[in-house]
Design a protein around this ligand. Structure first.
Ligand code: UDP
Ligand code: MN
Length: 298
């Protein structure tokens, strides 16, 4: 099913085509052992993907949280750049979760795109804001997403788009390679190593270190992802433990137990601090510079 000898081209519909051709990459891992493609520049034909999903009139949801200072600092840039690069030409629904609904910037949206504001309460600790996203996303899937979109992406707000983030990313369940870890040996992955946490992973476990700033899939799969992660987070709270990297630790545990059907290369969530890398031809979504003392006030 999967070409492990590298260089497979990825196509819409069946997702893997082992014919080596102009579009393939041989310098990077393009496929996971269970058959999931890894999406890199040069492994897909954007026009073919756009045509395939245009015919199906696909609608893609995008959740983003902007609570407290994160609204002032990051939300407008996130939305403006999403209008430039995220799923251009397709139906898009933004779900903006915030504690300050009337401060959401009025970013002009293109045709076929709309934005829903979801009021949420503000938790004291930033760790809780981050972790409890899982529960709010689950509720919004029930109320809105399941009625109006086929796919859903969930993203951090402290980033901006600067290259195509298109329908080539759509699949049942989608995980993001973490840009800091993709060149490192798995012993360095920062999984949760505390046996008391539901997110615990033993040495030798895990496939990749995934970044919680981007995940997605069909709404049904995303529902399962967020419910499972929230279950782990809730169990930890009962036991008075907190996973090392909060929701990200639980997400990594989830994707170890339930393999993603597609993996996004670090192009899809790049940290410019890492500088120029010979296998990164394009940065599509980039980490915003974050002044922790400004955004994480008590
Ligand atoms: N967030 C928020 N307000 C907060 C803390 C977090 O809106 O006070 C949201 C925001 O979308 C942010 C995400 O939760 O991008 C994850 O938190 P953060 O980006 O600070 O985590 P990091 O990327 O540093 O692990
Ligand atoms: Mn972040």
């Amino acid at each position: 099913k999967c070409n492990l000898s590298k260089g497979a081209r990825i196509r819409p519909g069946n997702d893997i085509d082992n014919t080596l051709d102009l579009w393939s990459r041989s310098d990077v891992q393009t496929c996971m052992p269970w058959g999931a493609p890894v999406i890199w520049e040069g492994t897909f034909d954007a026009r073919q993907y756009d045509e395939y999903y245009r015919k199906r009139n696909v609608t893609v949801g995008l959740t983003v949280f902007a609570v407290g200072k994160y609204l002032d600092v990051f939300l407008e840039t996130f939305l403006i750049t999403a209008e430039w690069y995220f799923m251009i030409g397709h139906n898009v629904i933004y779900y903006v979760f915030t504690d300050q609904p009337n401060k959401v910037p009025k970013v002009p949206l293109a045709n076929k795109r709309l934005l829903r504001i979801i009021p949420v309460s503000r938790h004291q600790r930033w760790q809780d804001v981050s972790m409890l996203r899982m529960k709010s996303i689950s509720e919004v899937i029930d109320i809105f997403v399941s009625r109006e979109a086929q796919y859903l992406f969930c993203m951090d707000v402290d980033q901006f788009f600067e290259g195509r983030f298109g329908v080539e990313t759509l699949s049942d369940s989608v995980a993001q390679m973490h840009s800091w870890f993709y060149h490192r040996f798995s012993i360095f992955y920062s999984y949760d190593r505390n046996p008391k946490s539901a997110a615990y992973m033993g040495l030798g476990e895990g496939d990749l270190y995934y970044h919680a700033a981007v995940f997605g899939g069909t709404w049904q799969k995303v529902k399962h992802i967020v419910d499972s992660c929230y279950q782990g987070i809730w169990t930890d709270k009962q036991n008075n433990v907190e996973a090392l990297w909060h929701d990200e630790s639980h997400l990594n545990k989830y994707f170890w137990l339930h393999k993603p059907s597609k993996v996004l290369s670090p192009e899809y969530c790049w940290d410019d601090v890492l500088g120029t890398q010979k296998d990164i031809f394009i940065s599509r979504l980039s980490w915003a510079k974050k002044q922790y003392e400004v955004v994480r006030e008590k």
